[in-house]
Design a protein around this ligand. Sequence first.
Ligand SMILES: Cc1cc2nc3c(=O)[nH]c(=O)nc-3n(C[C@H](O)[C@H](O)[C@H](O)COP(=O)(O)OP(=O)(O)OC[C@H]3O[C@@H](n4cnc5c(N)ncnc54)[C@H](O)[C@@H]3O)c2cc1C
Length: 517
Amino acid sequence: MTASRSTLSRASIVERLTSLLDAGDVITDAQALREASVDRFKKYSAVHGIFDGPAPVAIVRPRSTDQVARVLELAQDHLVNVVPRTGGTATEGGLETVVEDTIVLDGSAMDAILDINAVDMMATAQCGVPLRVLEDALRAQGLTTGHSPQSGPIAQMGGLVATRSIGQLSTLYGGIEDMVVGLEAVFPGGVVTRIKNVPRRAAGPDVRHVVIGSEGALCFITEVTVKVFRYQPENNHYFGFLLDDFGAAVDALRELVTDGYRPSVCRAYSVEDARAHFAHFAQDKNVVVLVAEGPAPLADATAGAIEAAFARRPHERVAPHLVEEWFTQLNWGQDRIDAEKRTMLEQSRLGYTTEVSIDWSRVGELFDAVMSRVRSQFPRAEDLTMLGAHSSHSYQTGTNLYFVYDYRISCEPRAEIVEYHLPLNAIIVEESLRLGGSMVHHHGIGKYRTPWVHEEHGTAYHLLQGLKRAFDPAGIMNAGTIYPLDELPPPRAAVDAAHAAEPRGGPTHRRGSEAGT
Ligand SMILES: Cc1cc2nc3c(=O)[nH]c(=O)nc-3n(C[C@H](O)[C@H](O)[C@H](O)COP(=O)(O)OP(=O)(O)OC[C@H]3O[C@@H](n4cnc5c(N)ncnc54)[C@H](O)[C@@H]3O)c2cc1C
C-alpha cells in the first residue's frame, strides 16, 4: 500500500467529484468501494470477504468525454491516483487500488455504439460497450469484429484496447492491436486526443501504440474504432486431432502458420491441460484443435492444408462436432465466474494461468523447463492438482504458451497469493525471460508482473519510461501498473512536472469536447 499524495482530503475529493458529475454517478457505498479495490476474480481472499488494500475514495461513472477530462484535470491538479476501469475482468492486478484515496474511473456508462460502416468496414463504440453487444449488433448485419476473447461477454472496448487483448480467432484476425483503426483518449490534466481513422499512414511512429496496451497507466480511452469483417460461419471447418507428443502438436501449428495458412482457431494442448479441457475425448493425449474459416475457397484451401499436415503425422481424429460444441461453450459470462467463486469457497481450490510468448525453436525447451522447475522447486508442489499448457495464438516467428495450474489451498485465505500464485507465476515468467521470450503474451503487466518490467524491456525501457514522463508526469494514472511504484515522482516534483507538461501548440484540447467525431 502507498500513502496518498493527494492535496485534498477524502471528503473534498468526493465534494469536487460531485460538482463535476451527477451525484448518482459518484459512488461511495462502502461495500462497492471495497470490491473495487481488487480485480482478480479469483482473488481467494476477496472471495472470503477479505479486502486488505486501501479502498478507493469513490467510483465515478462519467457519461461523456468532457466529464472524463474534468476528472483527470482534478486528479492531476491535486495528485489523486486514478484507476480506469470498464468491464472489470482484469486478471493481473491492474484494477487494484494500491494508493490511498484513489478514484476508480469507470467508463461502463459510456456504452453507445456510435457507428457501423459496412462500406469502410469500421465500427466505432464508446469505451463501455461490451464486446458481446458490439458483436451482436455487427452479426445482425452479417459482420464481425473477429475479436473473441473468452471474457467477451463481459469485457468492454476500453479495457480490451488498454490490455492489448487477444481472442481465440487471432491467427486469422490478429490481436486488438491489428484491429484498432483509431481512438479517442483523455490524458492527465484533461487533454483530449483523437487518433483519426485511416487505412494506413507513414506520418511518424504509430501513435495508436502509445494507447493500446497502456493499461490505464497513461490515459483513459473513451472511444474506439475497430475494423470489421464479413461474418460467414457457414464456411467453417472444425478439426480435432489427438497426438502422442506435445512437440509434434506444436510443430504442426508451426508448419501450417509458417507455410502461410491462417486457421482462425489454432491450438495445441499438452496432455495435462487437454485432460482438464476435453475430458470426454482427450484419452490422455495431446489435443490439437483448428478451425478454417473465411470466404469458402479460402476456408476450403486452409482445410486442405490442415488435412495434409496431419496426414504426415501419426494421430487419431476427433469428430468435428465435438470441437464445434467445445468452442461454443468456451466463453465466460458472469454466471460462470460466480460458479467458479462458489467452488473456490466450498472446495478450497483455485485454478490460475500465466501466458508468455516464445520463438518456435524454444517452445519445447520452455515447456519442459517450467514443468520440471515447478515440480522440483515450487514449495507447495504437493498441492498441485494440475499443471499443463497450451499454445493458442501463433505467428510467423513463434507462439504463446498459456500455462494452466490448479491447486488445493492449505493456508489461510490471505496467504494464498503469496504461497501459490506469485511463486508459480514467477517461475513461468523467469523461465520465459531466461529463454528470450516475453513474460506476458496478452493479459497485461498489471501490478503482478511489474517486478520484471525492466528485464522484459531491457535497453528499450527508457522508451516506456519516456511515455510515462511525457504523458503522466505527475504519476496519477494507475500507480503501480506497468511502472513500479517506487518510480512514482515525489509530490513536489510531480506538481512541477505536471505544470511543465501543459500541452502547447497543435490541435490538442484541454477539456475539449469539440474534439468529437
Ligand atoms: C474468464 C476470463 C477470460 C479471459 N479471457 C481472455 C482472453 O481470451 N484474451 C485476453 O486477452 N484476455 C482475457 N482475459 C483478461 C481480460 O478479460 C482482458 O484483459 C480484457 O481486455 C479486460 O477488459 P475489461 O473491459 O474487463 O477491462 P478492466 O478489467 O476493466 O481493465 C483492465 C485494465 O485496463 C485498464 N482500463 C480499463 N478500461 C480502460 C479505459 N477506458 N481506458 C484506459 N484504461 C482502461 C484498467 O485500468 C486495467 O488496467 C480474461 C479474463 C477473464 C476473467
